[in-house]
Design a protein around this ligand. Structure first.
Ligand code: NAD
Length: 370
């Protein structure tokens, strides 16, 4: 792993998720932007001293010189460093799981997708929420036609953890609103695209057009901490996405509702083991993770019997399980988010930034051609 050092938000999730099924061992890392802190943390986590690197370039040189060098590298640094690190490892023939947003520009994302294709390596993007069993159940139910044609998708990812103006200079918060570190968008690129990825993952539809309203509610922020994005999918379905980091009282705040001609589905990440399904004219049913009658994909994403909570590291573990299967020719369904998903998100961010800068003008999102 590169990044994900001590105290980081996402590093511990990767450490748990990658090893949950025993498919990967954690063998090397350049975990922190401070070389000594990275080396020391790596050793405390059990890395051999010669594989607890101070810098990712050292790690690249060290690992590519070994016969047993890393098979997959997770890139969990702040956004601006994703591109050069992912590019260097892909070019060296190492599979990559890069955190979202994949890069800070569409051109960089397209470049990574090209390099992965040309090197015949996987470049996956960690839209980890798509690993939840009941999100995969939603996808299967929609594909089976249980909702009829989809009319409307409403997704939210609104929390309140950056609402304190006095905390704005905290280094863990500050980089997210600094264009040099985060790119052209903050909250939409950080959280909104998870909601958008889920919408496209479960419906199979492509986001074709959007209109965005961005606001920086905390004074002094250069990038948005709240956004409302209206969408039209290529199927004609309507999309509404609200994302915020100033919604005090909301915790994780990720939810997904899909409304079709003959039914509706409602799922919330804070109660991930229940999916609410209402057939047109019928009663609302609660579908339990691990219960009877679930789809093949949901059954394969499940680990613990019904009634015992799983949670986020288990969902991300499904991304790693899919990757292990894809890398080693296994039989799991290939549901991990790919470089094309990462590129589609970068195009949506680009369109949202342009729209928000032009009073919410509707903007087309190009189809991906590599
Ligand atoms: P963070 O600020 O909490 O931690 C970043 C870590 O990266 C720190 O340990 C820092 O020392 C290290 N780092 C910075 N530059 C580095 C470099 N050049 N080489 C090695 N290490 C370096 O950030 P975070 O919240 O953990 O976010 C990291 C990435 O993960 C971001 O891209 C973010 O968008 C993404 N993220 C994804 C999810 C998700 O659900 N998929 C959730 C949170 C964060």
């Amino acid at each position: 792993m590169v990044g994900g050092g001590e105290g980081s938000q996402i590093g511990p999730v990767h450490l748990m998720a990658a090893r949950l099924d025993g498919a990967f061992d954690f063998v090397a890392g350049a975990l922190d932007h401070r070389p000594d802190a990275g080396r020391a943390y790596g050793e405390r986590l059990g890395l051999a001293p010669e594989r607890a690197y101070g810098d990712w370039r050292e790690m690249l040189a060290g690992e590519t010189a070994r016969a047993d060098g890393v098979e997959l590298v997770t890139v969990a640094t702040p956004n601006a460093a994703h591109y050069e690190i992912a590019k260097a490892f892909l070019e060296a023939g190492v599979h990559v799981l890069v955190e979202k947003p994949m890069t800070t520009t569409v051109d960089e994302a397209r470049d990574l997708a090209h390099i992965a294709r040309d090197q015949d390596r996987i470049c996956a993007v960690n839209y980890g929420y798509s690993g939840y069993p009941l999100v995969r159940e939603m996808r299967s139910m929609i594909a089976e036609g249980k909702l009829g044609a989809i009319r409307l998708v409403v997704a939210e990812f609104a929390h309140g953890h950056h609402a304190n103006a006095e905390d704005a200079e905290n280094p863990r918060v500050r980089w997210r609103y600094d264009p040099a570190e985060a790119g052209a968008s903050a909250q939409f690129a950080d959280c909104g695209i998870h909601a958008l990825h889920l919408a496209t993952f479960v419906t199979g539809a492509r986001a074709a057009r959007l209109s965005a309203d961005f606001a920086a509610c905390v004074p002094g922020r250069q990038l948005e901490d709240d956004a409302m994005v209206d969408l039209r999918f290529d199927t004609g379905a309507v999309g509404r996405i609200w994302t915020s980091s100033v919604a005090i009282g909301r915790q994780h705040g990720l939810s997904l509702q899909v409304f079709g001609e003959t039914g509706g589905l409602c799922w919330s990440q804070e109660r991930p083991d229940q999916l609410y399904w209402t057939p047109l004219g019928g009663r609302t049913q609660i579908i339990e993770r691990g219960g009877d009658g679930l789809s093949y994909d949901a059954v394969h994403a499940n680990r613990i019997t019904v009634g015992h909570a799983e949670g986020f590291p288990f969902a991300v573990a499904n991304i790693y399980a899919d990757l292990a299967s894809a890398i080693r020719g296994g039989t799991r369904p290939e549901l991990y988010p790919t470089a094309l998903d990462g590129l589609a998100s970068m195009q949506a961010i680009d369109a949202a930034v342009a729209s928000a800068g032009d009073d919410g003008r509707w903007i087309d999102i190009p189809e991906i051609t590599l």
